[in-house]
Design a protein around this ligand. Sequence first.
Ligand code: AMP
Length: 992
Amino acid sequence: MEFFGGIRPLLFSYVLINGIFITLQSKEEVLLDMRATGGELGWLTWPLDQVDKPGWEVVQKTLNGSQFYAYSVCNVGEPEQDNWLRTTFIQRRPSASRIFVELQFIVRDCNSFDASVPCKETFNLFTSESDADVGTTFRKGQFKKVVTIAPDEITSKNGMRINTETKVVDNLSRKGFYLAFQDIGACVALLSVKVYYKACTATVESLARFPETVAGSENQALREVKGECVENAQSEEVPRIYCTADGEWVVQVGHCQCKPGYEKVGDTCQECQPGFFKAASSDGKCEPCPANTQGLEAGAAFCPCMDGFYQAPTDPITGPCSGLPTAPRDLVATTTQLSAGKLLLSWSPPDDTGGRSDITYSVECQSCEGGACRPCGEKIRYEPASAGLTLTRVTVSELDAHLNYTFIVEAHSGVSMFAGQASARAHKPPSTSALTTSLHYTDPPKITSMTVIEKSVTSLSLSWDVSPRPRLHAPPIRYELTYRKKDDNLDVTTYTVLILEKSSVQISELAPGTAYLFRVQALSSDGSPGGSSIEEQYETLHERPFPPINTTAILAAAVGGAVMLFIVVVVLFLRRRKRNSHSRQGAEDNYFSSPEQLKPLKTYVDPHTYEDPNVAVLKFATEIHPSHITKQKVIGAGEFGEVYRGILKVPGRKDVAVAIKTLKPGYTEKQRQDFLSEASIMGQFTHQNIIRLEGVVTKFKHAMIVTEYMENGALDRYLKDHDGEFSSFQLVGMLRGIAAGMKYLSDMSYVHRDLAARNILVNNNLECKVSDFGLSRVLEDDPEGTYTTSGGKIPIRWTAPEAIAYRKFTSASDVWSFGIVMWEVMAFGERPYWDMSNHEVMKAINEAFRLPAPMDCPSAVYQLMLQCWLQDRSKRPRFGDIVSLLDKLLRSPDSLKTIADFDPRVSIRLPSTSGSDGSPFRSVSEWLESIKMSQYSENFTCAGIINMDQVLQMKNEDIKNIGVRLPGHLKRIAYSILGLKDQTSTLSVFAV
Ligand code: AMP
C-alpha cells in the first residue's frame, strides 16, 4: 500500500505554504536537518531487502522547482510490522547534553482502510548513543525508546493534516548518537526531522559580555556563566549569569560600569565628548564641564580650571573652579565708646566672592607717624583673631591713644593660597581694603543714684542715674547689675550678674519677704567694668498665708481612682481571654468541619482559547449590577486598581461582605481584558479553599470583580502580625486547607505558577484560600517577580528549578512552591531565604542545599517540605498525597510533637553568621547589631554572656531566661546561633 496515493501534490503545497524552510532562531544550533540536506539522506532502513513489502522508503518529489525528500511507510494490513529508519551518526557538541527533535509528519486515519486489517496510528522514536559512527551496523537492542509519537490530527479523505511535534532527548553523554523511527504498522510519512540543541546566544547584558553557552540538561538545568566587561567598562566582581535549559539568560550578578571619562551608549562605553567629563566608574552620563573649567579633549575624567581660576585641594574635582575674592567693602572703625585703647573694625563682604562661600578675613595694623607707617608689632591684640576671621568684624586693643593707625583687611578664600602657589602668572585681583583711623580715649560714666520703683512678693523694679548723661545719638551704655540675698552665709553666697543696656530693670522670681543687696556699675566699650559703682539694699513684700490643704481628701480620691482603674483592667483582661479562647477553639474545629471535596470532573479552560475574552467572562462569571455593590473601604492595591471591602446586596439574597477589585481609569482594552481574565479563571472553580467569585461588572464603565471577603487578608502579613500565636496544629490545619485547594486546582489541570503565602487569603475562621489567578500575574503583578531575558517574570525563591530553567510549570512545580508556603507558614511569615539574593538562592538550590527547618517545626512537616523540594519533579509528592499526609498528622496530633532538628548538612547557611567582612564576630554586641537585636545587649551582659564562645553554648531555654520573650526575637536569636554553629562544621551536599 502506498501512503500518498493521489494526494501527494496537495501535501507538498501545504508544506510550502506553511514555510517548512524555517529559519532557526539563533539560539537553536541545528545538528541535523533532513529538509535542508536536500539530496539523498542515506538513512538506514531495517529490515534490509524487503522487496515484496518494503519498510520505510524515500519518496522524492519536485514542486515549484524544489526537491523534497520524505520517508514513508504504509504496511497497513500486514501483520507484525517492525520497520526501522535510522539517521546517520549525529555528532554532539560536548556540552550539548539535551537535544530537541522536531518532527513533521502525517499519519493516515485507520478508518480510511478496511476495518478488518491491522492498522496503527502511532510510531516510536528511539535513540542510541555511541562514541563512533558504526556505519551500517544496526542492532535494535542498542536503541532506547524515547517516546511514542501520536498525531494530534490524522489525515483522512477530507484533507491532509501535518503534525509538528518536538521531543526532548536528555542527558546525552557520548560523542554522538543516532535517532531511529520504528513503525509498527501505521501509514506514516516523515516530512521533516530537525535535531538541534539550545544555547544562550552570546550577549551583552548591562555592559558585560557573555559567551555563547550551550543550555544544560534537566539534571543541571542552570549553567552559571562568567562574563567580562566590555571595553572601557569595569566591575568590582566578575559578572555572572545563568543560562537556562531553554536557552535563556536569567539573573545576572556583577555590574559593569563605564570607566571615568566614558559613558554608556547602547552596549558600549564611549569617550565623553570635548567639553564633557565623567569622574567615576558609574552608570551615569558624561556631564558638561562645570563653571570656569575647560574640557578640550575627549574622554576627560575631569575638566581642568581655566586660567585665573582655581580649586582648593578639598574641592570636589567635579566641581566648578573659582576666582579670587575682591576686596572687602565699607571698612569702618567704631571710634565712640572707646576705652583702654580699643576699637571695633567692621566691614562688608566683597562684591565678588569668586563663587565661593569659604571667605575669611585677615587684619593687619600699621601705626603711622609723620607720614611714615610701620607694623604695629606684637603688642596689639585682636579679638577673636587677626586672621581666619569668618565674621566681618574684629576688636583691636592695646592701641595707644591719640595715634594714627592704618588697618588693612584682606579677603581670602579656599583657593587664595593655592592660587599663589599654583600659578605665578595668575592675575591676582586686589582683595584688600585699608582704613586709617585715630584713637581717642573716654572714661565710662558714673552711677550717681539707685531707687526702687515697684515692689511685690517676688519682684523688685529698680532704676539708676548716670553722670555725665549720655548724648543724643551716642552709642548705648551697658551696665552690670549684681545682686544677692543679704543674709546669705558669705562662704556660699550666690551672686546673680545681669548685663543691661537700659538704666532700669525688673527682677522677678525673688524670695518673698527677703532683703537683697544690689550693686550697679557702667561698662566700658570692651565690656570691662569702669567708673564707680553704687550699692543699695531692698526687700521684697511678705506673702499672705493660704488656707490649709485637705490631704486626706486627695488621698481618698487617688485610692478610689486606682481601685476603679484596677477593676476596669481586670474586666477587660477577662473578656479578652474569653474571646481569644473562643477564636482558638473555632479555628481548630474548623479544619475538620470542611467537607472533603469530590474530585472535580471539569478541566480548567484557558480563557485565551476564546477568541473574544468578553465571551469567556460572561460564560464563567455572573454579571452584577453596580447598584447592588456598596464600596466601604480600601483594603489593598491590586495590579489594576484599588481593592475595596464592601457589601453585595442582591434583591432576594442575604447581604454578603465582599472584596471588590476595581480597574483604574485610563485603562486600555488589553488591560481591561487582562483584568477580567482573573474572573474568567476564578469563576471556573468551586472549592472551600479557593477564593469564591461572586460576580463581575463588565457592562458599565467601571469594571469590577467581586469576590468573597476574607477578613484577615493575605496570609504572610497575617502570620507576621500574629507571630508565635498559633500552635503547630493550627498551622498544619491552615496548610491542609491550602493543599486541598491546590489539589482541586491540579485535578482541574490548572497550574498556579505563583503559589506563595502572599497569594493566600485568610478569613475569620482561619480558613485559607488560594487566590490571585490573573493571567498576567506571573508576568506583571507580583513584586517578587524577577525578569528573565525574554521579559517574563519569575518569583525566583518560590519557583521550582525546572520552571526557572525552562519554564516547565506543572503541578509538580506548584508542589515545590507549596513546600515554600509550608516553610513560610511554619516560620510565621518569615521571608524564604531571608536576605539572600536571588542569585545566591539559585546557586544554593543548584548545589542541593535547602531551607532549614523553621524553629519548633514538627519533624514530619519538615520532611514533607524536603519532599516537595526534590530536584527530580517526578519524585515530589502530588497534592493528593500532601492532603492525605497532613490529614493523618492532624488526626494524631502527637505526631507533631517531634521537632525537626537543625541539620547543617542539609541546610542553606543561615543569615548573619559572620561580620560584614566575612570574619567571625568579635563581640556579642557586634553580633546582636548584625541581627538587629541590639536592644538585648544589656540582657546578655547582665547574664554574664560577654563573648561569642558563651553565645555558642546557649540553648533556646537560656535565651528565654535572659529575658528575650517575644517569639519572633527568640527565633531570630536562636537561628543566628544555629547559623554560627553551622559555620564551624563543614557543609556537605545533601542528597535530596
Ligand atoms: P490582589 O490584587 O489580589 O493581590 O489583592 C491586593 C490585596 O487586596 C491583597 O493583598 C489583600 O490584602 C487584599 N484582598 C484582595 N482580595 C481580597 C479578599 N477577597 N478579601 C480580603 N482582602 C483581599
